[in-house]
Design a protein. Structure first.
Length: 414
């Protein structure tokens, strides 16, 4: 029984810590997912809460997993786990039945699950969660409650600080398809051998006032007296979907610049500003100034936005403004504005507004510069430092706890 309890604690702890951590890596992604849910359930008036709710959710998940795994405030952690499971298990069942949002976002963009996969995942996790909840009174405190609460609070502050770091810059691990080094055209094709979407097409024809449905198998090829009325296609089986399947860059004059950007051998800098009116004015002006500098130095510059054409024309300043789908822009970069440097279809640089190099950097022989090293930061190095720091904090807190326990025992003995 003790071994089973340990296994359940490990399962719950790892799942919830991982779920919280991958969302903390990409807090804007969590906010976007809440926005998708609010839109699907006609709750658009709650859009102002998407980021606070995203931060609250992944912080709660991480701390609940941390408490269960380490034993600090374990009973509280198990209570939180059960509450979350009792909320999200029936919710994911409803989502699986109605499918208003295709991906639940429970593991951010690190792992994509369908709604049915998410529901069954929750059913499996519910088993060790219920077991621990039943056995919760058998768990003993590691140290005094005040010390345990202090440890959990420190971990909460660390997670929130880490999330805001990723929010100001870019995610330390880029789970998106538009990551540096990506050759975009390769991400837009269906590889050979991958399944494609399968549809059943029904043709509606009319003859002598009577309508009838036909398929390709019984289509009346030889009878010209049937008059075509309508055609309906139903998706039977979803095929492989390329990571990038919706990239379309259209200027305000309805010119398609997609291929021109993807197959331009020279460098192009893309400024992604989702809603121009919602972007900080100083950041917007800095981007426009950089755009003029790039054009003066032979670097193509495009402002990509989901704002309407009329709104983009209000910013007529000699730069090329293009319309791109809002979801695509969210997928390209988690910053507003954000910047992507591209050459011959390959992403060679990606920055948030806070990490963008000085405009003088975009001058001269770009090929001779170490572009990749100037990306937001070294992903793996940042993650390693964070993990090591977190481990050091846990070890230090554990040592502090042992000292407190020894002091308590000595006091009791004396």
């Amino acid at each position: 029984m003790r071994l089973l309890k340990v296994i359940c604690k490990i399962i719950i702890g790892i799942v919830f810590i991982f779920s919280g951590a991958v969302k903390a890596v990409d807090p804007l992604g969590s906010a976007y997912k809440f926005g998708d849910y609010f839109q699907a359930f006609n709750l658009e008036f709650l859009q102002f809460l998407v980021l606070p709710l995203g931060i609250l959710l992944f912080t709660t998940e991480f701390l609940a997993g941390f408490s269960v795994l380490t034993g600090y405030r374990a009973k509280t952690g198990i209570w939180v786990v059960m509450i979350l499971m009792l909320i999200f298990t029936p919710l994911t069942f409803v989502l699986a039945l109605t499918n208003p949002v295709s991906d639940c976002g429970c593991f951010g963009d690190a792992i994509h699950l369908t709604n049915w996969q998410t529901f069954f995942k929750n059913i499996i996790i519910l088993i060790p969660a219920i077991f621990l909840f039943v056995k919760r009174n058998e768990l003993k405190e590691i140290t005094v409650p005040a010390a345990e609460w202090a440890i959990v609070t420190v971990m909460g502050i660390a997670v929130i600080t880490f999330a805001f770091y990723n929010l100001r810059h870019l995610p330390v691990i880029d789970f998106l398809p538009y990551k540096p080094g990506t050759y975009i055209p390769d991400k837009m094709i269906i590889p050979e051998g991958k399944p494609v979407d399968q549809y059943q097409t029904t043709f509606i024809y009319e003859k002598e006032g009577q309508r009838k449905e036909f398929t390709l198998d019984n289509y009346p090829y030889d009878d010209t007296t049937w008059v075509f009325i309508d055609q309906v296609s139903v998706l039977l089986k979803k095929g492989y979907e390329p990571p990038i399947n919706d990239l379309s860059v259209i200027s305000i004059n309805n010119e398609d610049f997609t291929d021109r950007i993807l197959y331009d051998y020279d460098y192009s800098l893309l400024m992604i500003a989702r809603k121009l009116r919602e972007v900080d004015e100083e950041r917007l002006d800095a981007g426009f100034e950089l755009g003029h500098h790039c054009l003066a130095n032979g670097i193509s510059f495009y402002v990509l936005s989901s704002s309407g054409s009329d709104e983009m024309r209000m910013y007529d300043n000699g730069l090329l403004f293009c319309s791109v789908d809002d979801i695509t822009l969210k997928t390209m970069v988690r910053s507003d504005p954000g910047y992507i440097l591209i050459r011959n279809g390959t992403i060679t640089g990606k920055w948030s507004w806070a990490d963008l190099p000085e405009k003088e950097w975009f001058t001269g022989n770009m090929e001779g510069k170490s572009i990749m090293s100037l990306n937001n930061r070294s992903e793996m190095l940042t993650v390693i430092i964070f993990v090591l720091a977190l481990t050091a904090v846990i070890i230090s807190l554990r040592m502090m706890t042992e000292k407190i326990n020894k002091l308590k025992q000595n006091k009791i003995i004396n």
